[in-house]
Write a protein that binds this ligand. Sequence first.
Ligand code: SF4
Length: 396
Amino acid sequence: MVDYGHCSQVQDNCGTLFCDAGRVGEVADAEGVLEVTATRRVELNLGWACNNHCLFCGEQERRERSRQEGMFKIPGDKVRADLARYRREGYNHVTFLGGEPTIRRDIAALVRFACRIGFSNVFITTNGRRFADRRFLRELLRAGLTDVCVSVHGPGAEVHDKLTDQPGSFAETERGLLNLVLEGCRFHTSSVITSINAPHLAEMVRYLNRFRPLHLFMALPNPTGGAYRDFARLYPRFKVAGTHVREALAVARDLGQLVTVAKLPFCHLQGFEGYADDLFWGREQRRHINTQIDAEEAGTPRIDQRFADRCAHPLTCRTCRFRFLCEGIEAFYLIRRGPAELEPVPGEPVRRPSELWPSGPRDRETGSFLDSARAVSSAGRAENECRSVDHGGRDE
Ligand code: SF4
């Protein structure tokens, strides 16, 4: 039995989404037979410091606030205490988020600690720049790092560095990607779709495919932080984004590269509806299992709830066949640009995600991701197993 409910996807502090590298708990053996394992995933934010300054970053205010409140970097002791708590509660997958987790001096120690107390998956979301140093990457792999998601926002320095506002960042991220390949590490990529890089999405798919990531994830930004302040310049219109996204998905389909897209409504995914990230991973579970320690303690809603609460369906959507599956539109988008771009799709209402599989990367009959699962098993999984159990009792 394949239970897709154990999968997760989340938003990171740059407004991007990540998916469970454990392939929704599926692992294919050499014959492609699926074995299903339960994944309970927790996300821990390690602070807000970052060596990029992405124009669209949804957490710019929080970064400033946390700096003033002395929480720019979550103390290592607190992270360890939270890891231990979540492990006791049965979580077996941890994703470290930032800011940028890899710029912490104790990141290897935290990975090692998570591994030692029994997390089977230790996942880092990163801009990948520090992995340009192959020794550093090896140190994290030795500590027990199993999965990585690298944020890439352009097919070259011109676009990527413009969006990260850090000259030279693309060169380091590219080197980091290469090192991930050389080390046989399982990795994904994540790209935020803006008006600046939208025309380059197809080129970006071709570029990233050269590294053969397990999965490319693309998403429109959260209209918060930089994407809120500079909405008119950065936030692409659905019509424009849809044109470029469909072009990129066609390229991905031809290349056999797994891609999913978030926050672009079905009415702009014509013919590629099955690539919608919500359908891919299962929306409900992610809301149940994602956590963010500082947000929880501050009494603020969890990330995905914030997103869900911000979305709405305008009246236009009443006749659309996708209205039961569509998450709706960011209210802020509707306020700024109105519903005129939405194009209700006539026809019998679609009620089950499986009805859309034929237009996406899921296997039509089994509903699973056999090719991707095979990629997991051939991507050096054994190499990246948690290796460091005893680290001399010292984590810093
Ligand atoms: S329900 Fe509305 S927003 Fe969603 S796909 Fe249909 S028309 Fe577009």
